[in-house]
Design a protein around this ligand. Structure first.
Ligand SMILES: Nc1nc2c(c(=O)[nH]1)N[C@H]1C(S)=C(S)[C@@H](COP(=O)(O)OP(=O)(O)OC[C@H]3O[C@@H](n4cnc5c(=O)[nH]c(N)nc54)[C@H](O)[C@@H]3O)O[C@H]1N2
Ligand SMILES: Nc1nc2c(c(=O)[nH]1)N[C@H]1C(S)=C(S)[C@@H](COP(=O)(O)OP(=O)(O)OC[C@H]3O[C@@H](n4cnc5c(=O)[nH]c(N)nc54)[C@H](O)[C@@H]3O)O[C@H]1N2
Ligand SMILES: [Mo]
Length: 823
């Protein structure tokens, strides 16, 4: 049966209920350009979504050399044919008339059109000059979580062994550094234990600071289908906002911001007190349980109630859900990672699973989620602050092994200390020791904290900035050289989602103008720089995406993220493949750690770990003593209050995040009519009691100020936790009328207000906790906030605000496998 619905109005589409343990029914979502019928499509080209970490598989429809639509891939394990609104409509941005089509260079203070030889020539000349002068440490790279594996591996190779700089990191630092770090701390290595298939089997699903309904809408469809089927799961939601998840939760805990560790310690206290502990699992597979027991001994629900400002009974109900689960699936995301004590909190969620033995079985798993589509690859390829293949920079044998793969001397690869994290790279640019920064696939002039500072850093005369993007972003406007990139649909490569599933994206259409794949740009740079290995051959030995993939496989061999069994041909089969995939697991691996951790031994672990309070690194000796037999490490930590708490002058807690219809800084989704119209400008969510106390009404223009700066947006009155404000961070310097509001407060970018502060362990910035005040700028006068009504920003009093709909241009079809089950 085929039905057509407005997927802006009904973002999650039709229900296909299923019972616990049954297979999730297929539903194929298709959206084609107006006037194009499925039979008109010339080619369907394989791809997967690049607008979140779900890895939803799809085919791109091509007609006359252009993209004309998308269709979900029915046989793929991840999405069984479904697509979310961003994926149904987002591809249209590729054809925007304002794509970058030629390189730009700065002349007399202005960016002017140029050609590839001139632009690359300038980059190479500056690189050479800096290498001859101040040396490799004057050059840095800041990349993305949205390129392909082949691109990151090339970049990591040329940066680490060509330039030989420690200054290479991704915007994954802002995104999933804590996911990686928490897995390293608990299991000795990065690598997601769970699988999305666990949703089919779990009887309790706990979501910590994860608005899955809006940020991974397809997995939310899966949860919704289970909720409507037989033997539905119970949900625990920890989030200060009334998200869709919260509204469907059995227990919703809306804690004071920045108190996740206090809450988790109380939940652990209750689980232990009520004896819901798997002692055999703990003995066999872990170290550190005694210290955890001591730490949480005094963390009663009553104690946490005061800190989190929650009823103690509600915390007990939450603990009862976690404790009584027979198969527990937990997911964790930015409400934990971008907040105070980020790694400390994420590790406590791992601890829940370790002490309950809830790992490695269908339904029993933890998903320390990724956010960006290819953040996993940034981490595993070493294009972030790690070495490729989850190798330990502090272990000489691991560095030597990487040197063997690259055919260079170990001393070539900088490893005196940990690779530099992004916040530190920007600090070095600010101080002046970093003289060249190459930014690819990220828009820090909108996405980094404290934008006034970021603008001043990027605007420095002494800093030579290269920006590689598909649009002239806020960041590109500050660059010395702008390189036009080809993007998804216009280039070939692979990437890996948050449950370790590798997908292949094939090139569907040509890029516009002279735009080139990031892969080709990095290869071109390596060639022009003439980087060599120790035998005098070229350092970068590959020339096409597939040969880069083969090279990466050799680098991944014997490592946790083993790709050796995966080929492009296999990825052109029915479904993606979950790593590790090699001799021992030729079809891939659904879950890790069924028999306890595998990589945590001192000689194999990715890190010797850190002190969760200070971030200080443990030495090899300390780790050998702590964990000689390579078990999972249970790390306990006391709660500490965030540095920035409300004051009489700044009485609110401000948090920031996402809405369903937009992706990040909106370079793509802001150019798509259906998505733009659903949420065209910034807004501020405020609780009805706070609004009433200040005489504020829906649609009033208000200013939100912190110690760093201010922004203006219209008020949306919701059931958000009292005392908390929420602002989406999607909106950069442009407003809906198309006029440019160049930086400066009050603009509308959330990051005008956020602080240069980070978690000491993962170095991830604290986007989710500032102290703020609110002032009225202008009355609504009939206007309402431009916030969706279908999502967490739903007004507390519906009816006064027009409902979010998409109209005829937002209709997409859904083909349903089994009509009898459709609701
Ligand atoms: N639609 C859409 N989807 C996306 C993206 C997008 O831009 N748009 N981006 C992708 C990326 S890169 C990422 S990283 C993910 C992010 O996905 P999510 O982490 O799900 O999204 P956020 O909105 O950043 O934050 C999630 C929730 O954290 C809550 N929160 C805030 N402070 C706290 C706190 O102190 N404690 C707790 N427990 N919760 C808190 C917020 O209320 C919010 O609902 O989404 C991915 N998917
Ligand atoms: N206040 C606040 N700030 C946040 C967050 C928050 O929750 N609150 N979340 C943080 C998180 S989790 C993230 S992931 C970051 C995201 O922050 P950014 O990475 O800065 O956001 P994007 O808009 O996705 O930027 C990606 C850029 O890459 C370009 N691009 C797209 N495709 C390609 C391609 O194929 N090649 C190249 N070269 N460029 C391409 C896009 O046009 C865009 O300019 O923001 C972080 N900042
Ligand atoms: Mo992210």
């Amino acid at each position: 049966m085929e039905v057509s619905v407005d997927r802006i109005e009904q973002p999650w589409g039709a229900r296909t209920p299923y019972a616990r343990g049954a297979a999730w029914p297929t539903r194929v979502d298709t959206f084609l350009d107006q006037g194009v019928r499925p039979e008109d499509v010339e080619r369907w080209v394989r791809a997967a979504s690049l607008l979140h970490s779900d890895g939803d598989a799809m085919d791109i429809a091509v007609l006359d050399g252009r993209m004309v639509g998308v269709r979900g891939r029915a046989p793929d394990r991840v999405n069984h044919g479904r697509l979310g609104p961003k994926d149904l409509f987002g591809w249209q941005a590729n054809a925007s008339p304002d794509r970058l089509v030629r390189p730009l260079v700065r002349e007399g203070g202005r960016l002017v059109e140029s050609d590839w030889d001139t632009a690359m020539g300038r980059i190479v000349a500056r690189s050479r000059e800096l290498l001859r002068g101040p040396g490799p440490e004057s050059i840095g790279f800041y990349t993305s979580g949205q390129l392909f594996l082949e691109e990151y591996y090339t970049l990591a190779t040329l940066a680490r062994a060509g330039i030989r700089t420690p200054h290479l990191d991704g915007n994954t630092r802002l995104c999933t550094a804590t996911a990686g770090e928490s897995l390293k701390e608990s299991f000795g290595s990065d690598g997601q234990p769970g699988s999305y298939d666990d949703i089919d089997h779990a009887d309790v699903i706990a979501l910590f600071g994860h608005n899955i309904a809006e940020t991974q809408p397809v997995q939310w469809m899966r949860v919704l289908d289970r909720l409507d089927g037989a033997d539905p799961p119970r949900l625990l939601c920890v989030d200060p906002r009334p998200t869709r998840v919260a509204r469907r939760a059995t227990v919703h805990l809306a804690p004071r911001l920045g108190t996740n560790v206090a809450l988790l310690n109380a939940l652990l206290h209750e689980i232990i007190r009520t004896g819901r502990v798997d002692h055999a699992y703990i003995r066999r597979n872990t170290v550190g349980f005694d210290a955890l027991m001591r730490e949480v001994d005094s963390c009663t629900p009553r104690w946490a109630a005061g800190i989190c400002d929650l009823p103690a009974a509600r915390i007990e109900e939450g603990a009862e859900l976690l404790g009584s689960a027979d198969r527990l699936l937990s997911t964790v995301l930015q409400g934990v990672y971008q907040s105070h004590q980020a790694t400390a909190a994420a590790v406590q969620i791992n601890n829940v699973h370790l002490i309950r033995g809830m790992l490695g079985r269908p339904g029993a798993g933890v998903l320390q989620m990724n956010g960006q589509p290819s953040a996993q690859n940034t981490r595993e390829c070493g294009a972030d602050g790690d070495l490729p293949g989850f190798r330990n920079w502090a272990n000489e044998a691991h560095v030597a092994d990487l040197a063997r793969v690259w055919n260079v001397e170990p001393a070539t690869i900088p490893h005196d200390g940990p690779p530099t994290h992004a916040m530190q790279i920007f600090r070095k640019a600010e101080e002046g020791s970093l003289r060249m920064l190459w930014i690819s696939g990220t828009n820090p002039a909108v996405s980094m904290p404290e934008l006034r500072r970021i603008r001043s850093v990027l605007g420095r005369q002494r800093l030579f900035t290269v920006v590689q993007d598909i649009f002239l972003t806020e960041t590109a406007q500050l660059a010395d050289v702008v390189l036009p990139a080809a993007t998804w649909g216009e280039k070939t490569g692979t990437f890996t989602n948050a449950d370790r599933t590798v997908h292949l994206c094939d090139k569907a259409v040509d890029p516009p103008g002279e735009a080139r794949p990031d892969f080709d740009i990095f290869l071109d740079y390596a060639r022009r720089m003439d980087f060599r290995d120790k035998s005098g051959g070229p350092l970068v030995t590959w020339h096409h995406p597939e040969s880069a993939f083969e090279a990466w496989k050799r680098c991944s061999a014997g490592r946790p993220c083993d790709y050796t069994g995966i080929t492009y041909a296999m990825l052109r089969g029915p479904s993606g493949v979950q790593w590790p995939c090699g001799e021992a697991a030729p079809a891939g691996t659904d879950r890790l750690y069924a028999d306890g951790p595998v990589w945590a031994a001192p000689d194999t672990c990715e890190t010797y770990g850190k002190d969760l309070m200070t971030g200080d690194a443990l030495t090899e000796e300390q780790y050998r003593e702590l964990n000689p037999h390579g078990k999972a490490v249970i790390k306990a930590v006391p709660y500490t209050a965030p540095d920035e708490m409300p004051t009489p002058d700044r009485p609110f807690q401000l948090t920031t995040g996402r809405t369903l219809y937009h992706f990040h800084t909106r370079t793509k989704t802001g150019r798509v009519p259906q998505l733009d119209a659903a949420a065209p400008d910034v807004w501020v969510e405020i609780n009805s009691s706070d609004a009433e106390a200040r005489g504020l009404e829906e649609g009033d223009l208000i200013e939100v100020g912190t110690e760093r700066g201010a922004l203006r947006g219209r008020a949306r009155i919701t059931d958000i936790r009292p005392g908390v404000l929420f602002v989406p961070f999607h909106y950069g310097y442009w407003d809906t009328e198309g006029s440019h509001r160049p930086g400066g407060s009050p603009g509308r970018a959330a990051n005008e207000t956020t602080a240069t502060a980070w978690d000491p362990v993962s170095k991830q910035p604290l986007f989710k906790i500032s102290a703020a005040q609110v002032t009225l700028v202008a009355r609504a006068e009939g206007r309402t906030a431009p916030a969706p009504t279908t999502t967490a920003s739903a007004p507390s009093r519906p009816g006064r605000v027009p409902a979010t709909t998409g109209g005829s241009s937002a209709h997409a079809t859904q083909w349903l496998e089994d009509t009898t089950r459709v609701k």
